[in-house]
Design a protein around this ligand. Structure first.
Ligand code: FAD
Length: 479
């Protein structure tokens, strides 16, 4: 056994749960703070929406989950497994390869129960302050509050030796900016607050975005809506097949919106719309972290973080698990709407290519989250117990600086710091090597790129038409 510390974990979503398990396995004493009354985080569907549907009011009551009612995973269950805890098909459950969200929640609930994590979790405890109070003995104060009555909160301070932040990254909406947005008279919402399609019946809707949420919401509202207009960057390549809809049209981004209801796009087209849905992603939000300016969130860069996890000067006593996501950049190689494109590795252009930023189409998605968070959690737990050594503080800081410089040289915006882009496989292998883990050989083939390829290859109904089980079985049997 190595060193054992008193560690606070913030959040009991997938990242917090797997972190708690790994910390416990390494012999640390773990307390998980969870503001909800159940485990699951994002996967805990909540039919409520926020009072400000765009999420601009800082005083609104936050609804954590961004799931819509009909959501099914966009990754097969096999890659949402943990290494020694597969996401298996249960006799009485949702046995589809891309299951509904309820099935993911059950998987996480079972995971928490089977590894004895429920006893470690303080439900209904929202962390409102994490502050380093003693640098020498690395003492952190964690202040949490619980709701006593509708209007009264009780708060409490406790001291820990280490803190791991797993508070999620899909709750605080990032919204599109355009002149006239705040005076446009129609209904505006962020996809965070989209639940069901009924309210869009017979409406003229503008959807901003070109990612998985825009794609799913379009599919769901188009049979009811009068018209759907998609506004997105990089219009030279379209990642959503609009040809199958007879009431949906592509546009360039919104130029401005007028008080008479008109929405003007950069390509000059004008639509008199009633609803705008911003499917524009999320921002990191760490209101509770008081680090004397050591860790900041700047244009969605949480930093400085060594390998997206440890702030060099606070390592290993403060860490983050689960902040990565994935963006692929595609070169505009075809001027036409090109759903039928056959994505090959040549067309998925390395982000370091100077051309990649000329007119990229960005496809933001979830990366292979469960693999990444499990390996991050194992590394954090082993670093804390002293079994795995970190480089010196100076070396970690230099590595972060070098990474930022590389991003700048490649013309990558700061807000994509935590995107794993096209090097996800490399990052996963690097993380695994730190903890001396050899991931299954099949991981090399069953990786994000193969899913993009599969999704493109199988069309809009890929969840039904792609026999992903067979494909994965064949690869795994060669392990
Ligand atoms: P979360 O699940 O968000 O958990 C964070 C937890 O922290 C929550 O329980 C929250 O209540 C708690 N918390 C936050 N702040 C505090 C605080 N101050 N005090 C106490 N507790 C706090 N991933 C996939 O792998 N496959 C998919 O198909 C997929 N589809 C997705 C679809 C949508 C619409 C979205 C939004 C995400 C999707 N994801 C998908 C990504 C998903 O976010 C991850 O799968 C995973 O759930 C992230 O887990 P997490 O623990 O990092 O964050």
């Amino acid at each position: 056994m190595g060193q054992s510390y008193n560690v606070a974990v913030i959040g009991a979503g997938a990242a917090g749960l797997v972190t708690a398990r790994e910390l416990q396995r390494e012999g640390h004493r773990v307390t998980v703070f969870e503001k909800a009354n159940k485990v699951g985080g994002t996967w805990l569907y909540d039919s409520r929406v926020e009072s400000d549907l765009l999420g601009l009011d800082p005083n609104r009551e936050i609804v954590h989950s961004s799931l819509y009612k009909s959501l099914r995973t966009n990754l097969p269950r096999q890659v949402m497994s943990f290494m020694d805890y597969p996401f298996v098909k249960r006799e009485s459950g949702d046995r589809r390869p891309f299951p509904g969200h309820e099935e993911v929640l059950r998987f996480l609930q079972d995971f928490a129960r089977d590894f004895g994590l429920m006893e470690l979790i303080r439900f209904g405890h929202e962390v409102i302050r994490v502050e380093l109070v003693d640098e020498v003995s690395h003492e952190w104060v964690v202040e949490s509050r619980t709701r006593e009555t509708e209007s009264r909160w009780e708060s409490k301070e406790e001291v820990f030796e280490a803190v791991v932040i797993c508070n999620g990254k899909n709750t605080e909406p990032k919204v599109a900016e355009f002149p006239g947005r705040d005076t446009w008279p129609g209904l505006q919402m962020h996809s965070h607050n989209y639940r069901t399609p009924e309210q869009f019946k017979n409406k003229i809707v503008v959807l901003i975005g070109n990612g998985p949420s825009a794609k799913d919401i379009l599919k769901e509202i188009s049979p009811l809506a009068k018209q759907v207009h998609l506004a997105f960057r990089g219009s030279d390549i379209m990642l959503i097949n609009l040809k199958i809809y007879d009431n949906a049209w592509p546009h360039s981004p919104i130029e401005c919106a007028h008080e008479d209801g008109k929405v003007v796009f950069q390509d000059g087209s004008i639509v008199e719309a009633e609803v705008i849905i911003h499917c524009t992603g999320y921002k990191f939000h760490l209101p509770f972290l008081k680090s004397n300016g050591i860790v900041t969130v700047d244009d969605n860069r949480v930093g400085p973080l060594y390998k997206h996890i440890f702030p060099p000067s606070l390592a290993p006593w403060l860490s983050f698990v689960g902040i990565n996501y994935r963006v692929s950049f595609y070169l505009p190689f075809d001027q036409n709407v090109s759903w039928e494109l056959n994505v090959t590795s040549e067309q998925e252009v390395a982000v370091s290519s100077p051309n990649a930023m000329s007119h990229p189409s960005e496809f933001c998605s979830n990366a292979l989250v469960f693999r990444v968070i499990e390996l991050q959690a194992i590394w954090v737990a082993k670093v804390l117990s002293g079994k795995v050594k970190l480089p010196t503080q100076e070396a970690m800081a230099a590595s972060v600086e070098e990474f930022y410089e590389q991003m700048e040289k490649a013309g990558l915006p700061k807000y994509h710091t935590h995107s794993l882009q096209n090097d996800e496989g490399e990052y996963v292998s690097w993380l695994a090597a730190q903890s001396d883990i050899r991931p299954p050989k099949s991981w090399e083939e069953i990786r994000f790129f193969s899913f993009v390829k599969g999704i493109f290859g199988h069309g809009e109904n890929f969840r039904e038409t792609w026999d992903v089980d067979k494909w994965i079985q064949e690869i795994e049997s060669s392990d």
